[in-house]
Design a protein around this ligand. Structure first.
Ligand code: ATP
Length: 236
């Protein structure tokens, strides 16, 4: 069964139609990257998944269970962890404290400590700064921290909105390398919003391109020609 099954999703803000019938599926362990120009509806898709905006029409199932109408914390307990745009760290807390906040209500304390150690292996930059105040980290380190914190809940699906925004390409490489490593080590599905279609091609993942609230192109990056990607992106 798919981890995520979105069908014919419509979302509007008053009179503005942000999503007009979007469908998308993610299999266990699969990575799907959502791309598209500004205002395409990428963040709205993430918000609808997390229960932060209410769709007008359509269906979202996670592991076969209905998401629409559930509060965000219930959706999280169904296996979703969301990293919204903007790197919201707890600035006055240390890196380790931020990570511990991420494990929320988990009672398996020994496994929490093992997961913490594992994530510090996967994100060595965070180990180096473990006791530093999170607000003093670089943008790339903060991005790694919010991703690692989201992983502390052991989600089945990790959704990340624009992880590379404002980061140097080399730092973005490190973020994606860490994501690929953790995915190889856990059964984890990834839904990543990435405005750069070049980065999506580099990752070789399945791409879903949105424009004006619709899916305009979909497929494995290697099967799509650069020309088709460009035309879909600009609506030519
Ligand atoms: P970006 O890359 O710029 O973040 P996006 O693809 O994430 O764009 P959304 O932020 O989902 O796009 O926006 C989709 C459409 O909905 C846009 O036309 C946007 O102006 C509109 N929109 C988004 N949020 C709101 C809101 N809170 N109120 C009204 N309109 C909104």
């Amino acid at each position: 069964m798919d981890i995520l099954d979105i069908d014919d999703l419509h979302v509007a803000y008053g009179g503005i139609q942000a999503l007009r019938g979007v469908s998308l599926r993610i299999a266990p362990g699969e990575t799907v990257m959502v791309t598209g120009p500004n205002g395409a509806g990428k963040s709205t898709l993430m918000k609808a998944l997390a229960g932060l905006v209410k769709p007008r029409q359509g269906r979202i199932l996670m592991g076969g269970r209905t998401v629409i109408g559930q509060p965000p914390e219930r959706i999280a307990s169904m296996g979703l962890s969301m990293v919204p745009e903007g790197r919201h760290v707890f600035g006055s807390m240390s890196v380790l404290e931020n990570l511990r906040v991420g494990c929320g209500l988990r009672r398996d304390k020994q496994r929490v400590e093992a997961d913490l150690e594992h994530l510090l292996d996967v994100f060595p930059m965070l180990r180096d700064r473990a006791h530093a105040q999170a607000g003093l980290l670089s943008g790339g380190q903060q991005q790694m921290l919010v991703i690692a914190r989201a992983l502390m809940t052991r989600p089945q699906l990790l959704a990340i909105d624009e992880p590379s925004l404002g980061l140097a390409p080399k730092v973005t490489d490190q973020v994606y390398e860490s994501l690929l490593r953790i995915q190889a080590e856990r059964e984890l599905s990834l839904l990543i919003v990435e405005q750069s279609s070049a980065r999506v091609v580099m990752m070789g993942a399945r791409m879903v391109m949105l424009r004006s609230g619709r899916v305009v192109l979909e497929g494995r990056a290697k099967d799509l020609s650069p020309n088709a990607i460009q035309q879909a992106y600009f609506g030519l």
